[in-house]
Design a protein around this ligand. Structure first.
Ligand code: P6P
Length: 319
């Protein structure tokens, strides 16, 4: 079934519930606004400032605040979102849709890679959409503590040389590109499958002295016959791997014993997307997509991309 979604020029495959269509339309509206501000770069980001810190002790940039505000406003206006977990909000935020029964819960990293915003490197918004669980009180963190297999839609928006929306639904990954003049997204890739070829690997090699022997083995395996690409913006590295083939590694290390990447609104989203595209995502101890976080801002090690490469990494980690 296909439905028209405001802001997307053609009817969208994989969206068969009007309320889900309104959630996607909210993401489109918010991301178009964010894209305008991203283009301001250092004009908005007050370059090289220390900035305030968020709940995770990370520097908060103007774009993080603006992005959060735009998505919160759009989800509230959609009348289809009952609640939101956002990297920039310590606690879940609940809305009051007319019909909670047919609504959705969203998880969001409003701007991934913000520290790149004032040096014109591609950044992005990452989102996941869960059905609102029946019979679960919509309060606290519990309604969001779900595996990626519960997602009904997930994706990201890249703010780079062009603005690209990647939307994954069951069995389908589609890419839409924003026509900035016309203001609408147009379908540019209709059924993305990650290539069998895997020419790239991504990892922060600067952390090598923090890795345990198993991680060093896994990175050595990932490196064999491949070129290193590491943007410092996961959403950018992931998109390159999805389209060209590749594997991304953010292992646990001495400084980040649980890894850095967030389960709910980063790793779980990429695990859902790559599962629809024929790839794989592992924590090193099991599939990311099955992982149920015990807290909404929980982190995990992440190995994601070409399925064969992820399998080889898993084998190396197990020794
Ligand atoms: P490091 C951005 O903060 C981010 O979460 C990802 O987008 C990126 O891949 C990673 O952190 C970079 O982390 O520790 O290598 O600087």
């Amino acid at each position: 079934m296909v439905l028209s979604v405001d802001g997307i020029a053609t009817p969208v495959q994989g969206i068969d519930d009007p309320a889900l269509g309104r959630v996607v339309a909210a993401i489109v509206a918010a991301s178009r606004d964010v894209a305008t501000h991203v283009r301001a770069g250092a004009l908005l980001e007050m370059p090289d400032t220390d900035g305030a810190q968020n709940v995770h002790g990370e520097v908060v940039h103007a774009l993080d605040i603006l992005g959060t505000e735009r998505f919160v406003e759009a989800f509230d206006d959609s009348d289809a979102v009952a609640g939101l977990v956002c990297e920039e909000l310590e606690e879940p935020k609940f809305f009051d849709p007319t019909e909670t029964a047919g609504s959705y819960l969203c998880v969001l990293d409003p701007i991934d890679g913000t520290s790149n915003a004032d040096i014109a490197i591609t950044i992005g918004s990452i989102f996941g959409v869960f059905p609102t669980p029946a019979g679960v009180p919509l309060e606290g963190e519990q309604p969001f503590l779900r595996p990626g297999t519960d997602l009904v839609a997930a994706g990201y928006v890249l703010y780079g040389s062009n603005t690209v929306l990647v939307l994954a639904t069951e069995g389908l990954v589609q890419e839409f590109t924003l026509d900035a003049a016309g203001g609408e997204f147009h379908l540019t890739r209709e059924n993305i499958q990650i290539p069998d070829d895997c020419p790239y690997y991504s990892v922060n090699q600067g952390y090598a002295d923090r890795w345990d022997p198993a991680v060093r083995r896994a990175v050595d395996v990932a490196r064999e016959g491949r070129s290193l690409r590491y943007v410092g913006s996961l959403v950018s590295d992931f998109h390159r791997d999805l389209i060209r083939g590749g594997v991304f590694l953010y292992p646990a290390d001495a400084s980040s014993p649980n890894g850095k990447i967030r389960v709910l609104y980063e790793a779980g989203v990429f695990a859902f997307i790559v599962a629809q595209a024929g790839g794989a995502a592992s924590t090193g101890s099991g599939p990311v997509i099955d992982l149920v976080p015990s807290a909404v801002h929980e982190r995990t090690p992440l190995f994601v991309g070409n399925a064969n490469a992820v399998e080889a990494i898993d084998l190396a980690l197990r020794g």
